[in-house]
Design a binder for this molecule. Structure first.
Ligand code: GAP
Length: 549
């Protein structure tokens, strides 16, 4: 592992440890040993994530100016919201394609009892004195090469100085592709945690939807239901309800924030890949002829949103998918990605996908599950010539009473993960620096530099000492500020320790009440990032902080 990677990994370890220690994120059911892929948000974490979701809802929906043409938008547009159930009619998932297609290939190791995603394994041939093995690893990026060397060394029983005796049959390649191409076999493959080759099972398909049963007498196949793997489908199946009950006209968007569930084979990287998580999704309906312009608008708007909330531009990437990466229905997709510290140098993890989905979703729920044949989306049929999965038969087309056109709207979908974004903001905010302590000596500090809109606590009110009337003035100030923003009163410990506590929580401003306050009704306002301390009057504090927020 190179030095940069080690630094990033230990930085990630420190972020995870701060998240636990300061009550941002805990492992679910921790007192029973935890549950892999499930996470709880503690007192600071719940506020951080809630602030993030509220910022998203405000900026995309509630605060949207429907009369203005936003920069880059082809026209003014409307935004509205929904809150749909987690369990929906099973036919929804059959028509959406999730029932048939939402799976990963998994592979088990009979020796280590571990389970892997087939597409996550990479390997290469290693030979020593006539013995050959295809060595695999789950590591990615810069770590994968050295990891296979270490594993081959162990397998052949070599000392460090003999490593050069290993002959390598080319570079790392995907195990899945090597098996498909016939250049490796499972019998020759050394699993990532196995001591001998041949322990990996044949790959099996694994649907990622969590299944449940509806009703007390549940038993037969008709009772089978699924926890939603995305919030989007609730929006599509309510498209007609929204049109019929509100005054929206195309172009318009429907937004939803809520839980989604995916039975991920290998949940990992803290909350990045969880089995239960929240999504913030918009389905934006537009005229087919304008859809390419709307796609570009949403892609750029969503990119700017993350920057506006302070994510470091150098760690963000906007990546257009190549044609071969696109889903069978997608006309164009871009991902907004972040360089999480747990990833290898140069790798990015997806925060949000912005997809041009054409008319795939509305047509699927009208006509039945669609597949692409000769470049066209057509209803998939079974051996009997009937639709494989029947649609609702409801007319989900749109009639434009101004242009007198009828069409099935095209959809642009900006789909973001609330937990992934929270994790990105948590990683990005984490800083270590030095500040002078009360005696002017340098003291190292950990500070979470959250954007004030996201910070769980906006201001802390600190009486310098617990006497001389300072707590009374501080409590009055706390009560004046509390109706306007999340703030905390803290009188415990030295003021230096109290600043340190607030820095770790990411509180942008500390207000200190001292001897001078009693004389002239001013307090010290300390800025978390610049450490500048200014004197402001108590009378102006509320307006001043509201303005800065
Ligand atoms: N409706 C489209 C859709 O669901 P997706 O790329 O599968 O698209 C959208 O998911 C976003 O949801 C991702 O960009 C990511 O932020 C979040 N997400 C997906 N799977 C996740 C998981 N297992 N854990 C945490 N977040 C996840």
């Amino acid at each position: 592992m190179d030095k940069q990677k080690q630094n990033d990994q230990s930085r990630m370890d420190r972020i995870v440890s701060l998240a636990k220690r300061r009550g941002f994120i805990f492992q679910s059911s921790e007192i029973y040993g935890g549950l892999n892929g499930f996470w709880d948000y503690g007192p600071l974490g719940v506020s951080l994530k809630r602030n993030l979701k509220e910022a998203w809802w405000h900026d995309m929906v509630a605060g949207h100016d429907e009369l203005a043409t936003l920069t880059g938008a082809p026209a003014p547009y409307e935004m509205t919201g929904l809150d749909c159930t987690i369990i929906m009619h099973p036919q929804v998932w059959k028509c959406s394609g999730h029932f048939d297609l939402f799976h990963d290939w998994m592979i088990d190791c009979r020796e280590s009892k571990r389970r892997y995603r087939y597409d996550h394994l990479h390997g290469r041939w290693a030979a020593h004195r006539g013995k050959k093995v295809f060595v695999t690893t789950e590591a990615s990026g810069d770590e994968a090469g050295p990891e296979t060397v270490a594993r081959a060394q162990k397998f052949f029983g070599l000392r460090a100085k003999q490593v050069d005796e290993i002959e390598w049959g080319g570079g790392l390649e995907s195990l899945q592709q090597a098996i498909a191409a016939g250049s490796a076999t499972l019998a020759d493959t050394l699993g990532p945690d196995a001591a001998a080759p041949g322990s990996l099972t044949e790959p099996r398909e694994f649907n990622l939807m969590f299944e449940t049963r509806i009703g007390a007498l549940a038993g037969d196949d008709d009772d089978r239901a699924f926890l939603r793997p995305e919030t989007a489908q609730g929006i599509f199946v309510n498209f007609k309800n929204v049109l019929d009950t509100s005054r929206v006209r195309v172009p318009f968007g429907i937004a939803q924030v809520g839980k989604s569930f995916r039975n991920e084979i290998t949940p990992r990287n803290f909350t990045f890949r969880s089995r239960e998580f929240e999504q913030m999704e918009i389905e934006f309906f537009c005229r087919p002829a304008d859809s390419a312009d709307w796609y570009r608008f949403w892609r750029d708007r969503r990119w700017k949103w993350y920057l506006g909330l302070g994510l470091t531009e150098g760690r963000l990437q906007l990546r257009e998918h190549h044609a071969e990466e696109l889903s069978h229905y997608s006309v164009g997709t871009a991902d907004i990605e972040y360089a999480f510290p747990f990833l290898a140098e140069g790798e990015f993890g997806e925060l949000e996908g912005i997809a041009h989905r054409g008319d795939f979703d509305l047509r699927s729920h009208m006509e039945g599950k669609l597949v692409r044949r000769d470049g066209e989306l057509v209803v998939e049929t079974g051996a009997d010539g009937k639709p494989r999965h029947r649609g609702s038969g409801k007319d989900l087309s749109y009639f434009d009473d101004v242009s007198r056109e009828r069409y099935v709207p095209h959809v642009i979908e900006p789909s973001a993960g609330a937990d992934r974004a929270t994790l990105a903001f948590l990683c990005d905010a984490y800083h270590e620096d030095e500040v002078p302590d009360e005696d002017g000596k340098p003291r190292s500090r950990t500070v979470m530099k959250f954007h004030p809109r996201l910070a769980p606590v906006k201001a802390a009110i600190l009486p310098l000492v617990k006497k001389d009337g300072m707590p009374e003035v501080a409590i009055d100030l706390y009560r004046a500020l509390k109706p306007h923003m999340a703030c905390q009163y803290d009188e415990k410990g030295s003021v230096g320790r109290r600043y340190a506590r607030q820095d770790e929580a990411g509180t942008p401003w500390c207000l200190t009440i001292d001897g001078q306050t009693l004389a002239d009704r001013t307090v010290t306002l300390r800025d978390r990032d610049s450490l500048v301390q200014e004197r402001v009057t108590i009378a102006e504090v509320v307006d001043l902080l509201r303005d800065r927020l």
